[in-house]
Design a protein around this ligand. Sequence first.
Ligand code: SPV
Ligand code: MG
Length: 291
Amino acid sequence: MSHPGKILRDRIAQTGLVHIMATHSPLSALLAEEAGFDGLWASGFELSALYGLPDMSFISMTQHLDMLRAIAGRSSLPIVADIDTGYGNAINVVHAITEYERAGTAAVVIEDNRFPKVTSLASDGRQGLLDIEEFQGKIEAACSTREDPDFLVIARTEALIAGLGEAEALKRAHAYVEAGADMILIHSKQKSPAEIESFARAWTHPTPLVVVPNAYPELDASRVRELGNVKMMIYGNYGVRAAVTAMQNMFQRIIADGGVQNVHKDIVPVEEIFRLQGMGAVKDLESRFLR
Ligand code: SPV
Ligand code: MG
C-alpha cells in the first residue's frame, strides 16, 4: 500500500518548498505530473468551474470524491484535497476524512468558513467565519479520524479574506495549530502579496505555511523562499484558466473560419491524446489476449 501522506511529507523535507498544481480531471493531473509538479490540488474552484457552476458548495462531496478517485487512478502524485468547510460540522468532517483517506489522498485543506462557503476571490464575497472553538473541533475531528499519522491536515483561515485583519488571522492560526493542524494555509484576495508576506513574517511558530498565489501572482517561488516558513505553493486555478483560454480561442477561430482547416496545425495531434490515454498499453493487451 502506498502512503501518499509520507510521499508528500518527504517531498517537502527534500525540497523545502513543494509546487502543487490545481487539477479538475485525470487528464489535467497527467499534464501536471509530466510538467514536473510535486503534487496535485483537487481544487473545489476548478471542479465547480468544470460543471459550469460557481464555487459555493454546489459540488457535493460525492462529486468531488469521484473525481479525486479518478485522478488518483491515473496519477502517482500526492493529492492535496480541497474539502472546503468539510461539508458540514465536525461530524461531517469525520466522515469526509474517512472517505478522502480511503480514496488515496495525501492531505486535506479545511477552511474556517461557514457552510455553505462562497469563493474567496470574489471582490464582494460574503464571508462568515466559524467561531474559533467550533473550527478547532473540526481540526481535532480530522486529526483523530486519520488512520495514517502522515496524512496531513491543513487548516485554512479566511480571516484576511473576511477583512478581519492580521491579528485575528494569527490568533486563528495559533488556535488551529493547537487543535492539531500540520500546516496553516493563509489566503488573501488583495492584488498585492503584501498582506501574505506580512502574515508570514509575523508567523514565528514552527508549523509551516501554505500559500495560494491566485490574486497576487507576483508572489513567486523566490519571494516565497525568502519568507522561510512557507513550504507549499498551490497554483489554484491555472489549469482551468489555461483550458478556457485555449478553448475560447480555438472555438472562436473555427466559427470564424467556417471549419477546422486552419486550426488543426495549432493543436496537438490526436496521437498525443492516444499517448495520454495510454493507448500503447491497450495495443499490447490486444496482441496478448484478443484471439
Ligand atoms: C480552490 O482552488 O478551490 C481554492 C483556491 O480554494 S481559491 O479559489 O483561490 O480560494
Ligand atoms: Mg477551494
